[in-house]
Design a protein around this ligand. Structure first.
Ligand SMILES: [Zn+2]
Length: 460
């Protein structure tokens, strides 16, 4: 208990920040050694504590005794589906059960609330449509906090007043980005969450009244704020702007820079790791934080691709000892650069993430105007018992959700209806938009692209 108390403390975060700063001064070789040491440590941990990894690796002939001679490339990759299908055996902590975590998520809408007072739980469906959970223990979470403060936010607290931090995105649940940004110590900073699912006018008014020093959020959300500023509806002067989660396109970057007189910093983060890479002061490439991760770019047969060519990302998270991800298939395409950045950091870089841009859905409102449902609220949708889904707009005032569910059918469908009703209410669309649900056994990928499409807007 005392240990958990220390792990959650700001002292622990500060100590980890010092170690992160030290890693920034290592040579490429020293950084590689640190990464290898941490990889062996977490591999030893999963072979001791995760029943899933024990069985999975055993099938591939990998044993605890062989650790010294094993490199990450010898291990078989894992997928999100494999992880979720074996969740209770996958995690390294016997207190964690999928059913109990889902109950907690259904009950708790406050992102700062911890499961059993210590675990941070986040969820996402991402662009793959499969709902998944990620749990971080207190020490795992301290690494993330330290990484984001030391390498992304960077700005020091103001000495005579608390820093003001605003976040725009999905805010009414345990989504990764809001869970992290709302977890700043109240002594150091004031926090303003801005729900992307509320009317734009109220987002603008709240921002104006708050005057944030740091604006953070989904790239598309920060871009909306920039457009409001350019139209003259708001006047804020943030010192630092952090864009994450969805793609920051060159057009968005230009509008944000023009609106606020500062370039945004692009942060590559996901529920699988909330701080994987970020742009340095040159605002070009993103530096991969290889002291706490291993990144591999592979082709469709999971073979490594040459530097400079696009590949699918395999992620190994070296700090999450609660739900360890080793050679986990992210649904992101990356290009790892051959050439160093040119700044002082030893970390390799990737090109700006193309990422996937999901479509906005436009509907008729009761007042005869049109308003949109932001893709984030669908990408981040969580309902207990909902396993996978796809949203198809069928008319200007109608949408169909194909759903794969587990558990008691009628109860899960009622919960989906309830959650969607709340989302429609946020945009005042509840009276006009009709929701149809269709229970299916499978949702195939798009036959043309071969990829899964989460949101299919109305043609024309
Ligand atoms: Zn750099």
């Amino acid at each position: 208990m005392l240990k958990a108390y220390f792990q959650q403390s700001n002292i622990n975060v500060a100590l980890k920040m010092l170690a992160l700063k030290k890693a920034e001064r290592l040579s490429v070789g020293q950084l590689q050694n640190l990464q290898t040491k941490r990889f062996k440590k977490i591999l030893r941990h999963v072979l001791k504590y995760s029943r899933f990894y024990q069985g999975y690796y055993k099938k591939h002939g990998i044993r605890l005794e062989d650790i010294e001679n094993i490199s990450v490339k010898d291990l078989p990759p894992i997928s999100k589906e494999l992880m979720m299908d074996h969740y209770d055996d996958f995690v390294c902590d016997r207190f964690l059960k999928r059913k109990n975590l889902e109950d907690f998520l259904s009950r708790s809408k406050e992102p700062r609330e911890k499961y059993r007072n210590i675990y941070t739980v986040v969820h996402t469906s991402g662009s793959s449509g499969t709902i998944s959970l990620f749990v971080y223990g207190p020490d795992d979470w301290a690494v993330i906090k330290a990484m984001v403060v030391a390498r992304v936010v960077k700005s020091l607290p103001h000495f005579f007043r608390r820093m003001k931090l605003s976040f725009i995105g999905a805010t009414d649940g345990h989504y990764a980005a809001v869970s992290l940004s709302s977890d700043v110590p109240p002594l150091l900073a004031r926090f303003l969450p801005l729900s992307i699912n509320s009317p734009l006018e109220s987002i603008g008014q709240k921002s104006n009244a708050f005057h944030p020093d740091v604006v953070s959020g989904y790239s598309s959300g920060v871009h909306l704020l920039a457009q409001e500023q350019l139209k003259g509806h708001i006047t804020i002067r943030p010192e630092r702007i952090i864009c994450t989660s969805d793609p920051l396109t060159p057009e968005m970057r230009e509008a944000i820079t023009q609106a606020f007189g500062r370039e945004p910093v692009n942060l590559y983060a996901a529920s699988e790791s909330l701080s994987m890479a970020a742009q340095c002061e040159r605002h070009e490439n993103l530096h991969l934080f290889t002291d706490w991760h291993i990144f591999e770019a592979v082709d469709d047969d999971l073979q490594p691709v040459a530097a400079g060519t696009p590949g699918n990302l395999l992620l190994t998270n070296l700090y999450n000892y609660t739900q360890p991800l080793i050679r986990y298939q992210m649904h992101d395409e990356v290009v790892i650069n051959e050439q160093p950045c040119g700044c002082s950091l030893p970390f390799p870089t990737i090109r700006n993430m193309a990422g996937r841009q999901e479509d906005f859905l436009w509907f008729d409102t009761a007042e005869g105007t049109r308003d949109y449902l932001h893709p984030i609220v669908l990408v981040e949708l969580f309902v207990s018992g909902l396993r996978k889904f796809q949203v198809i707009q069928t008319r200007r005032d109608e949408m169909l959700m194909k759903v794969m569910i587990a558990g008691e059918k009628e109860a899960v469908l009622a919960a989906i209806r309830q959650r969607m009703h709340e989302i429609f209410c946020g945009k005042k669309l509840e009276k006009t938009v009709k929701l149809n649900l269709e229970v299916v056994q499978d949702i195939p990928n798009d036959p043309i692209t071969g990829k899964f499409k989460l949101i299919i807007p109305l043609k024309n």
